[in-house]
Each structure stands twice: as C-alpha cells, then as structure tokens.
Design a protein around this ligand. Structure first.
Ligand code: ATP
Ligand code: MG
Ligand code: FE
Length: 355
C-alpha cells in the first residue's frame, strides 16, 4: 500500500510517499520512498513571523512541483498512489485548505480514497522513520513551535495526555527569546547555535513549574525574566543587546535561556517516566532537534535504563513524510479508514487526545 502525504499546516510545504503492508498483513514500519520539502522561512523572515495569507499563496505555488519532485525521486507515476493523506489540522486555516484541496482533488482525479491526518500525530510518530524506531508503549515529549505536551502512548491512536504547557510552547520560548536578542525568525536554531559559545550558568533564570507535582509546563515567565536581564545588560554596557560589542553577554544569555528550557523539559520527562513506570521515551517536534536537549536526555536516560528515540534531524520540523507515515500507520492499525469522500474540511484547532 502506497500512501502519499501532504503537509501544509504552517510555513512548510511537504510531499512524501511511503509504502506499507495493507491492513491485516504483517505490519513492518512503513518505508519512506521519497519526499520533497519547501520551507517558507526566508519569505516570512522580513515580517518577523509567519504571515498567513502569504503562507497559503506560497503553498499553492509549491504543491504541484513538489509532488512531481517526489514522484520523480521515487521513480513512480501518479497511478502508484493508493491513498492520499493530508494534514487536516491543527494549523492555519488557509494553509491547511491548500493541502486538503490538493489531496482531495488528487483523490477524485485518480479515484483513490483520502484521509485527513492530525499534524501532531505526524510529529509524534515521526521517530518510526528513523534507523532506530521505537516500540509501544512509550512516553512522548512533543516539543514543537506551537505545542509542548507529555503523553502516554500505548499504540497508534491511543494517546493519553499527561501534561502540557499552560501558556507558551517550548519552541515559542526559543523563538521569542531569539527575537529579543536580535536573532531573527524562527530563532530557535540560531539561539541554540549562539548558546554553544556562552556560559549556561551565567544567569540564574527561573525554571517555571519545574518542581510542581504535575506534568504541566509554563514558559511565559521565563521570557519576562530574560527580558529583565537583557535590560540590565544593556544598561550596564550602554549598548543594545544586538550590538557587535555585546557578543559575550548575548551568548551567555542565550546559553542560560536554553539551559532553563532544557532543564524543565528534562525534569518533566523524567517525572513522566517515573509516574508511568515506562522505560521508553520518544521525543518529537522541532525542539527535538536541539543538541543540548538530546545530550541531557541521553545522559539522564542512560543512567536510568531508559531508551530514547528521536526523529531524524531533518524530520524534526514539519515535513510530508510524517503525514504520509501517520496516515499509513492509522490505516495499518485499523484506526482509520480512507474514504472516497472529497468534501473536505479542515480543523485549525484540533485536540490530539480527542482523536
Ligand atoms: P506545531 O507542530 O506545534 O504546529 P510547528 O509546526 O511550527 O508547530 P515544528 O515545525 O515542529 O513546529 O518546530 C518548529 C520549532 O522548533 C520552532 O519554534 C523552532 O525554533 C524550533 N527549533 C527548531 N530547531 C531547533 C533547535 N535546534 N533548538 C531549539 N529549537 C528549535
Ligand atoms: Mg515551520
Ligand atoms: Fe509542526
């Protein structure tokens, strides 16, 4: 069974083709045949964030060329597609409509069934495409630009929310701090690069909710604390934080911020493992690409006999492969049926645990 995946929920257009055993047959992990991706980051950079209208229009420009690229790379033709999976939500409504429209048009034209996929389920299952795929059950730490959640995962479609952020997401905390420090958008990767040159102990920043007796997160207060430190540094040195002469204080502040975020993510993940008694952790979402987070989780989990699984680095942020994969795994497990029903709708807000 070959499943085409289409992702267009935010500022990446992704198309991918995976192959898997049909429902009822022995189920290996689906295999990625080919994928193609276009990121709009450069286009949105001038505005300091994603402009929804521009995002939708760019998805429209990219979907067909990316589909052609994917098929060419796989050496297959359109008729080789058995099912079309598209991201149904959550995300930007106009952006989602492009992928959903494309997916349903393809399904109708080829007379193939279609399936709407939850974007976060895509992130969550993306480590199954890595060289070292996980096994159920596991604790999942989902850390993306819009979400920060801990889940107990017992199988495809069996997701129990253990805790989540009550305000900003971890990726948002990275991005907002990066913006303050003049590192552009989305600043997560830039902030973590800068942090490599700084001292993580330079500033004792708060670790919000870290010691509370639940698995919730909060990052809004951290942002305010960084802002206050930044004001103080600028006053002390008489220069804006982004100035050339401020390289050292800037790197120290970046390193301290990253250390605070990672510390909270690490501690809450360990609590979730303790509470559930599970010995397997899966990390997914863009922040899962963060080097310090990976190093600290690897070290802490090794000492506790816990196995950690990550997506391949290039599949941490949005892509079509994870959507094709999630569609394929839902079909394989009997959790979903693809339908010849092309009156699509999208769900800009959509709770994963309600799936
Ligand atoms: P969601 O999936 O919740 O709708 P999203 O799709 O925008 O949000 P992702 O694509 O999973 O999120 O991840 C993007 C986020 O990951 C951004 O906030 C980005 O700054 C962050 N990010 C990417 N790489 C790194 C890194 N190396 N260190 C820290 N943050 C990173
Ligand atoms: Mg993105
Ligand atoms: Fe995402």
């Amino acid at each position: 069974l070959r499943v085409l995946g289409i992702e267009s929920s935010c500022d990446e257009t992704g198309i991918a083709l995976v192959e898997c055993a049909p429902a009822g047959e022995p189920q290996g992990v689906p295999r990625l045949l080919a994928h193609a991706l276009h990121s709009q980051i450069e286009m949105h950079q001038a505005y300091g964030g994603v402009v929804p209208e521009l995002a939708s229009r760019d998805h429209i420009r990219r979907v067909v060329p990316l589909l052609r690229e994917t098929l060419a790379a796989s050496g297959l033709g359109l008729e080789a597609i058995d099912v079309v999976a598209y991201t149904r939500g959550p995300g930007l409504a106009g952006a989602l409509l492009v992928g959903a429209g494309m997916g349903c048009a393809l399904g109708l034209a080829l007379d193939r069934p279609v399936l709407g996929v939850h974007h976060l389920e895509g992130h969550l299952l993306s480590p199954f495409l890595s060289a070292d795929p996980p096994e159920f059950p596991f604790v999942a730490l989902l850390v993306s630009g819009g979400h920060t959640q801990l889940m107990r995962v017992d199988g495809v479609g069996r997701y129990e929310l253990l805790g989540e952020t009550i305000d900003d997401a971890a990726g948002e905390a990275f991005d907002k701090t990066a913006k303050m420090l003049g590192l552009g958008y989305p600043g997560g990767p830039a902030l973590s690069r800068l942090a490599e040159q700084g001292d993580p102990a330079a500033h004792a920043l708060p670790r919000p909710l870290m010691k509370t007796d639940n698995l919730d997160f909060s990052f809004a207060g951290l942002k305010t604390a960084v802002w206050t430190r930044m004001q103080r540094l600028e006053a002390e040195h008489g220069q804006p934080i982004a100035a050339d002469g401020m390289a050292r204080p800037r790197a120290d502040l970046a390193a301290s911020t990253q250390a605070a975020i990672v510390d909270v993510l690490l501690n809450k993940s360990l609590s979730a493992l303790r509470r559930t008694g599970l010995k397997r952790l899966v990390v997914a979402g863009g922040v899962g690409a963060n080097r310090r987070l990976r190093e600290q989780l690897d070290e802490a989990c090794r000492r506790r006999g816990v196995r950690v699984h990550y997506p391949e680095l290039h599949l941490c942020t949005d892509n079509g492969a994870m959507i094709a994969l999630a569609g394929a795994m839902r079909l394989q497990s009997g959790q979903a049926v693809a339908e010849r029903h092309y009156a699509f709708d999208v769900r800009p807000r959509w709770d994963l645990s309600a799936l």
